[in-house]
Design a protein around this ligand. Sequence first.
Ligand code: ARG
Length: 462
Amino acid sequence: MTLWATRMGAAPADDMMAFTVSLAFDKRLAPSDVEGSIAHVHGLEKAGILSSEEAGQLVEALRRTGDEIAESVFEFQPGDEDIHTAIERRVSELAGEVGAKLHSGRSRNDQVATALRLFAREQLTLIAGLVLELQSTLLRRAREAGPAYLPGYTHLQRAQPVLLAHHLLAHGWALARDVDRLFATLERLNVSPLGAGALAGSSLPLDRDEVASRLAMPARFENSLDAVSDRDFVAESLFDIALIGVHLSRIGEEVVVFSTEEFGFFHLDDSWATGSSMLPQKKNPDVAELARGKSGRLIGDLVGFLATLKGLPLAYNRDLQEDKEPLFDAVDQVSLALVAIDGLVGTMAFDLQRMQEAADSPSLVAVTLAEWLVAKGVPFRHAHGIVAGLVRESVERKVPLAELLEAHPSFGEEALGLLEPGSALARHTTAGGAGPEAVAVQTERYEAQLLADRERLASWTS
Ligand code: ARG
């Protein structure tokens, strides 16, 4: 029997129930629902609605119900519309008459919003931890790479040499912003809806601040309509996750390209690559490709849910039940992808010689040659023209650039040193630049930020 059966003159149609129940997927909110309900019980006790004995009985029944669900011995029944009604039903069975008091001053609307916030808080914290792990792996690989360098690309055309550490940490900084974004979302979602009731609060003397603090939420909603309508935290979480997905996809794309025979910069570890059912020689970067592919799904979770929210009037509407599946899907998929990309990046081998040979191609020194002239007082636009002319001549006449430089009045023998392997790179001393000195500073800062973020995360998990 549903909790609202008395209102109806007929039993609910089976197909109506099949369409509206959410139990199949919202079961996983059980621990969050129990946590929210226990806080609510304490609130009712403080308000004098429950004696302390009654409150104790309800808390005990809630805990036992939570354990039954966790141990998969809970028996769901046909009238259980969702995990919230299932838990309330079981509490009444276990605690007897006092079970009927549990829902005082509460609606499923503030109840479900609270449970989903608690769930999102836990999951975003876990995801932040996984992002930090991947950031640490990138740092370790950057340190191992030492002075190694490779071509930096724009338009996927060779542009200038960059330290491999610089390239790896570029991905790491994007992930650092992801972590920062997760913390900002965590702070905004950590607000208690309990006490908002169905939409307008309650006539019972509920202490909403007390209930919020029991949930380790520093604030309660200021507006009860907003409290039960707001799913910004779901949309924000989905955006944060989608952007992490996009970052993983970009790493994945580079792994795919750089591990081709044509590039040959990366060699995947056998335990992180897949083979072909037909082609005996194949070693495929499926992990990188799936990270790229799954980012499309994560974007879909976000966009689909924004479409659900758009146009909803205040306050609770059943459409909001559609908040759960995209969130569950997104947290599951991004967690898997983060661990997998961490394993992939942590184990692949770098072909340093091949990268370096590619980066030592004289054309990658072109802008450094122009800047060498700039340092001697030549306006950049003229310097650019001189070097561009020499590069074109070298390509068209198939003459080595070094030969042309030596013979050129603006350059001469002195400039030839710039073509030495690693010489152009070493001149990139701008803060945040790709040369060894700047990268050493950057690496220290990156590590300091990583440590600070680990501490920030610890404050969310304690
Ligand atoms: N399972 C529902 C949800 O997730 C619970 C809320 C139902 N509230 C209501 N007023 N019908 O949104």
